[in-house]
Design a protein around this ligand. Structure first.
Ligand code: IMP
Ligand code: MG
Length: 179
């Protein structure tokens, strides 16, 4: 039997609900009179995107982009491969890229380059979690839910070996379980 990793709660449901509401208010204000296209990154952002979108009183559209970085374990290599492209025409659209977590920033930097190349009218990034201490490349984040310490987190869409995405809160996986 594989051992179950020990989890420690970091951000609870009520805190998530409150902060997502605040982000939605900010975005709704900035995009009033516009029809933004929210592009969620697969798979980690699906829960955040679902909650955020339902709190945005805007005529918005939703699409997804899937990117994988070739790397060793949890380390991102910076070589990002887009395995699922948005189906929507991005040219001329006000695109909001919705990310679960920004760690080194390498994935996001590539995604930005990829999306910018499609000629959107504007491109902003909304990230639920920011692991700022790990950043290797500076990338502009317009909306950030929480800055978190350099720990591996799961839940609310985020996984450890594809599990725990369905946890309704965010938890830290204890270090000894990550190897
Ligand atoms: P970056 O390119 O290093 O910024 O990596 C970003 C991607 O790594 C995220 O979109 C996640 O898929 C994954 N990631 C980074 N940190 C964590 C974490 O603490 N938990 C789960 N996934 C993570
Ligand atoms: Mg991600």
């Amino acid at each position: 039997m594989p051992q179950r990793p020990a989890l420690k709660r970091l951000i609870g449901r009520a805190q998530l609900r409150r902060r997502v509401g605040e982000l939605a208010e900010e975005i709704a204000r900035d995009y009033r009179d516009r029809q933004p296209l929210l592009v969620g990154t697969l798979k980690g952002s699906f829960v955040f995107l679902a909650d955020l979108a339902r709190r945005l009183p805007l005529p918005l559209e939703i699409d997804f982009i899937g990117a994988a970085s070739y790397g060793q374990g949890r380390e991102s290599s910076g070589q990002v491969h887009v395995y699922h492209e948005p189906r929507s025409e991005l040219r001329g659209r006000h695109v909001v890229l919705v990310e679960d977590i920004v760690d080194t920033g390498l994935t996001l930097a590539e995604l930005r380059r990829y999306l910018e190349a499609q000629g959107p009218a504007s491109l902003r990034v909304c990230a639920l979690l920011d692991k700022r201490a790990r950043r290797l490349i500076e990338v502009p984040l317009h909306y950030v839910g929480f800055e978190i310490p350099d720990e591996f987190v799961v839940g609310y869409g985020l996984d450890f070996r594809q599990r725990y995405r369905n946890l309704p809160f965010i938890a830290v996986v204890k270090h000894e379980h990550l190897h």
